[in-house]
Design a protein around this ligand. Structure first.
Ligand SMILES: NC(=O)C1=CN([C@@H]2O[C@H](COP(=O)(O)OP(=O)(O)OC[C@H]3O[C@@H](n4cnc5c(N)ncnc54)[C@H](OP(=O)(O)O)[C@@H]3O)[C@@H](O)[C@H]2O)C=CC1
Ligand SMILES: O=C([O-])CC(=O)C(=O)O
Length: 274
């Protein structure tokens, strides 16, 4: 017996900017001991054509058909599909890595209860943000405030429900303009596809109602910039990340890398960071 573990089989629920970047990295052998076992997309024929050459045999199936094929789900589909994507994996006592964190706030109690019943796990990676290791550590003591200021290029905010409801004509803005101030829960509702990072920060720290968020639309900027200040009894955290967008202007390139880093932590003999 060599003690070598079988590969961890992962399934991608969604094969857009994030899913495709993960598949390409796994095809290149980026994470030892992890293999792509199945993929789901809205247009499955088109997704099959986009699979990397060495993964052409990977099945492209419906969300419901993923679970028997994999040990771990990577959810990177539109927010509205979150319960449908997670439910089979959690019911089977498996792990689900969640990127649509805004939607997780809406279904939090139900999904966490399901995971608790079965021994399944919901894993929220740092995604397009930074510092959740330090925020979770500070939360073991007492955090008194968490504030995040997000600045995005206009095209990273177009179509958000809040922008549409308020009739904001972002493309007419000549200078950077604050368009929203409120809690992370309100930000997730108003910007479900643009501000998952605020939801993740809130779950790491003091929750979606006490985490405060400002959103600025910046016609000059080409990056998604998130600045966080946390006051706690153990440390003051003051951090900024400037994300290079993917083909999807709402999504930073580092998001998929964060998932690869989590997969490495799940399979590695050494684990660095909280
Ligand atoms: N946590 C974080 O830090 C971040 C989270 N996100 C979130 O991650 C999620 C994915 O982002 P991103 O990759 O940029 O999104 P994309 O829009 O690029 O991709 C979405 C994918 O979901 C697929 N899809 C749509 N409907 C279905 C369906 N019924 N069944 C299966 N798949 C379906 C689409 O299929 P098709 O290709 O056929 O259209 C597409 O492949 C989003 O919710 C986004 O808000 C994004 C950035 C950062
Ligand atoms: O949080 C999100 O949904 C995406 C984001 O801000 C980023 O990629 O910088």
């Amino acid at each position: 017996m060599t003690g070598e573990a079988p590969p961890l089989r992962v399934a991608l629920a969604g094969f857009g900017a994030i899913g495709q970047q993960i598949a390409e990295a796994l095809a290149a052998g980026a994470v030892e001991g992890v293999e792509l076992a199945a993929v789901s997309a809205r247009d499955r024929d088109a997704a099959a054509r986009r699979l990397p050459e060495s993964l052409r045999d990977v099945p492209v199936v419906t969300l419901e058909e993923l679970e028997p094929l994999a040990d771990v789900l990577i959810e990177c589909a539109p927010a509205a599909l979150l319960p449908q994507a997670l439910d089979p994996f959690l019911t089977a006592g498996k792990s689900a890595i969640v990127l649509s964190v805004s939607a997780l706030l809406d279904h939090y109690d139900m999904l966490v209860a399901r995971a608790r019943e079965t021994g399944g796990r919901i894993v929220v990676p740092t995604g397009a943000l930074l510092g959740l290791d330090a925020v979770t550590a500070a939360a073991e003591g007492e955090i008194t405030s968490v504030r995040m200021v997000t600045r995005k290029p206009v095209r990273g905010l177009l179509g958000a429900p809040y922008v549409v409801e308020k009739g904001l004509d972002l493309e007419s803005f000549k200078t950077e303009t604050r368009i929203f101030e409120g809690s992370a829960r309100e930000a997730a509702a108003g910007f479900p596809a643009n501000l998952n990072v605020a939801a993740a920060l809130s779950l790491a720290g003091i929750g979606p109602d006490r985490t405060m968020v400002e959103i600025w639309a910046d016609p000059e900027s080409t990056r998604n910039r998130h600045s966080i200040v946390v006051e706690s009894d153990s440390a003051r955290l003051d951090m900024t990340i400037e994300n290079v967008p993917t083909a999807n202007p709402k999504t930073g390139r580092i998001t998929a890398l964060s998932v690869l880093a989590i997969l490495r932590k799940m399979t590695s003999s050494i684990r660095v960071g909280t």
